[in-house]
Design a protein around this ligand. Structure first.
Ligand code: FES
Length: 571
């Protein structure tokens, strides 16, 4: 390779600055010859003990480093902000954009020629891809892998999905608190991220279909030796990508995003993928819209039988063949010429894929859901769109006309939902306001509101729910999410009042508030935005600059690719 690598702008030459850059690096024992112009691979690690899904990443990074060394590169690991879904408040999503800024600036500001992104928990995948896309160096991603299947009383239980189920059972009085605690121990049995087809597994799967990971990335459990092997191969491949100058922008094309929208339908993936893919596309300069999601995903059958849409878990998905086997089943819906980090096409990558279990990865004629894509709704209640996941909904509720029961905040919801006097029945529509990007802030996963206890006791297990929030990818129900503009930005959702009639027409892609325009105008005059949750700090910056859900909820000033030109010298 005759091309001068960007790391040589730090480590090459004989002057004072080269002395500084090299000498301090040598304090860990690096010999002179590692600065000879070989590719420097930054290993971007989201390890954190506060992100339990990524807490095994120190060990995984060692395998990546071994691979980089084997291929003749110099691995240098660096930490970035780790968005852990299970602990971070008010919601990990508030910090996705912050983490992406950290990633972008860490890559651009350092002597790095190529990057390995170590992602796992929900937001760590999009935050790393967003930051890396704004730099556009040779980049490859590896996921930390899912946990082993949960096991409880002889049956498999899934992260998130069964928490919601058990919680409803406790509230309905059909499960004891002792049993609930026993399930808590039984659910998370090994390192790794949620093993349902929640947001983490969805984003790992879509990273694979985007072409930014090696084949097989999504499904190997975190503790499977194949995960360590994949890490080693990922390290090797990062070096080759630098040598070939294979950049993210050659892989993250419109074709790659179109493939991944279709794959999201096939796997029954999370609604969160809608926001994340739009945000990643925005960073690399691809114009992706909600309309693309509806159009490209509309006739895609869901063939992956995993919770929350189906029955199995990621470990089963791995043994069935994982994403390569799904892509093979879906081949005629995909553009298999798309280039990937292997330097080959998607089609070449999956040539040998085999579906080992047709109950986990269904043949198309036995699809779990015939039309599994994300439905994008319009109408006067969601002028800039809202989304619903039909595969996780109750089919009979997809056409529904009901009376609104309105909650102005999540606190209001929690205070009143179990009130025996609440005027609600199974046909009511629960409406939650002020939980969007600006309103929460950060668009928390509270859109799958728990049902009123009195209805649970009557056996009701699903109702239509509408909000400007998101929901966990592990959740299920007839839940309209991401309503835009959000209530806190003055969207029509803010104008809904108790007793208003709402029509949900998923087939017609319509969400309609049956209140006339004059009345809505009068309510708009009376409306006042909610007070900010915090004055100053990152939260204020976020609220001021966050885009609405239909535009990926990125910060307006972060959209776009700013490249990785070598910044001016620091000394
Ligand atoms: Fe980390 Fe689910 S909480 S992936």
């Amino acid at each position: 390779m005759s091309r001068k690598l960007r790391s040589q702008s730090w480590f090459g030459g004989q002057g004072k600055n080269a002395f500084i850059h090299r000498s301090w690096m040598k304090n860990g024992g690096l010999p002179d010859d590692v600065f000879d112009g070989r590719p420097v691979i930054g290993i971007c690690n989201t390890f954190s003990e506060l992100t339990p899904c990524n807490a095994h990443f120190r060990g995984l990074a060692e395998h990546i480093k071994a691979g980089v060394l084997e291929a003749g590169g110099l691995p240098l690991e660096f930490p970035v902000f780790s968005c852990g879904e299970s602990n971070l408040r008010p919601t990990a999503m508030l910090f996705r954009n912050l983490a992406s800024m950290d990633v972008e600036e860490a890559i651009r500001g350092n002597p790095i020629d190529g990057v390995v992104l170590m992602a796992g928990c929900d937001k760590t995948t999009p935050s790393l891809l967003m930051g890396a896309a704004s730099c556009d160096l040779p980049t490859i991603l590896i996921s930390g892998g899912p946990m082993l299947n949960g096991k409880f009383h002889g049956r498999d239980i899934g992260s998130g999905t069964d928490v919601f189920r058990f919680s409803d059972e406790v509230r309905a009085g059909t499960m004891s608190l002792d049993e609930f605690t026993a399930a808590e121990r039984a659910m998370s049995r090994s390192p790794g991220h949620c093993m349902t087809m929640g947001t983490a597994s969805t984003m790992a799967s879509l990273s694979e279909s985007l072409g930014v990971t090696l084949p097989g990335n999504a499904a190997f459990p975190a503790v499977d030796a194949n995960r360590a092997r994949l890490a080693r191969l990922t390290g090797r491949r990062a070096v080759a990508m630098v040598n070939d100058d294979l950049r993210l922008s050659q892989i993250l094309t419109r074709t790659a995003f179109a493939n991944s929208i279709r794959m999201n339908g096939a796997i029954g993936g999370s609604t969160n993928a809608v926001i994340h893919l739009i945000a990643i596309a925005g960073r690399i300069g691809v114009d992706l819209t909600l309309e693309d999601w509806d159009r490209l995903g509309r006739d895609i059958p869901t063939i992956v039988n995993l919770m929350p849409s189906g029955q199995y878990l990621m470990e089963d998905f791995c043994y069935a063949g994982g994403i390569p086997a799904v892509m093979k089943e879906m081949a005629d819906h995909l553009d298999l010429d798309a280039l990937t980090v292997t330097g080959r096409s998607l089609g070449e990558n999956i040539a040998d894929a085999v579906n080992e279990n047709p109950d986990v990865i269904r043949p198309r004629d036995r699809a779990l859901v015939a039309h599994g894509g994300i439905a994008v709704l319009g109408g006067n209640l969601a002028p800039d769109g809202a989304v619903l996941k039909p595969s996780a909904a109750t089919p009979e509720l997809l056409q529904h006309h009901g009376k609104a029961v309105v909650f102005s905040s999540i606190e209001d919801f929690r205070a009143r939902i179990d009130d025996p006097d609440l005027d609600v029945d199974k046909d009511s529509i629960l409406v939650l306001q002020n939980c969007g990007p600006k309103g929460y802030p950060g668009m928390a996963e509270v859109g799958n509101m728990p049902l009123p206890q009195k209805l649970l006791k009557q056996g009701v297990r699903d109702m239509v729910r509408i909000s400007d929030a998101r929901m966990s990818g592990t959740a299920f129900g007839t839940v309209v999410l991401h309503t835009a503009p959000e209530a806190a930005a003055g969207g029509p959702l803010a104008l809904v009042r108790d007793g208003d009639m709402i029509t949900l027409d998923v087939a017609g892609r319509r969400l309609h508030l049956d209140v006339d325009d004059a009345e809505l105008d009068a309510r708009r005059v009376e409306w006042e935005p909610p007070p900010p949750a915090m004055n100053g700090g990152y939260q204020s910056l976020y609220v001021e600059h966050v885009l609405q859900a239909d535009r990926g909820a990125d910060l307006d000033f972060l959209v776009g690719c700013r490249g990785a030109a070598v910044p001016r010298e620091s000394h």
